[in-house]
Design a protein around this ligand. Sequence first.
Ligand code: FMN
Length: 208
Amino acid sequence: MEQLIQSRDGEKFVREPLITQHLKKRWSPRSFISEPMNLKTLQQIFEAAATSMSSYNEQPWNIILTQKGNPLYEKLFNCLSEFNQEWVSTAPCLGAVVSKKYFTQSRKENRHRFYDSGAFMAYASLQACELGYQIHQMAGFSPGKLMMDLKIPHTYEAATMFVIGKPGSPDKLPVNLQKQEKQKSSRKALSSFIFSTSWGESYNFEED
Ligand SMILES: Cc1cc2nc3c(=O)[nH]c(=O)nc-3n(C[C@H](O)[C@H](O)[C@H](O)COP(=O)(O)O)c2cc1C
């Protein structure tokens, strides 16, 4: 489905597919509005994520989810790095992604467990965005502590942690984080990582 939207310069209206619009609106805030999240909304986000593809359709992702005020929140919070603890408490919802190491059927190692869990979180992020929320994922945590404190079996592996919420004012953040919150994150040019005939040779999108 397409929608007519006003372009960035405010001058002209352009047709843009809805998914593209949400891709452009997605970002990783560090300041959130602290209001608790509606459980139905949380369910909608993860129902959408669960439609994601995965190797052998294993769906290796497992999610641990909680909101502020629940004793589990403290346990998860204590697994975060000092840097992430500085800002995470602005968000109402905190979670962790834990991936199953082995395929259920063959019992062989699933080399794509993190890859598939990442796709799951990408879908969750897009759905959250459509509903007016944002997800910020975090590698800055102690996987060992998470595994131990939450008594997660060793056939699983901690992948990331994340928060979900509605973006809030950057002014609520410690001063050292405010500047970054107001800047748009940059992206590499396609030519620097999409290659053709030989490694390092940019793919030519004008002519194959
Ligand atoms: C797997 C993963 C781990 C990340 N770890 C952290 C983190 O520990 N702390 C943090 O503040 N941001 C973290 N981020 C957020 C990235 O810095 C952010 O996605 C990137 O700068 C691009 O910005 P954008 O998401 O706003 O487009 C992480 C993102 C991902 C996907």
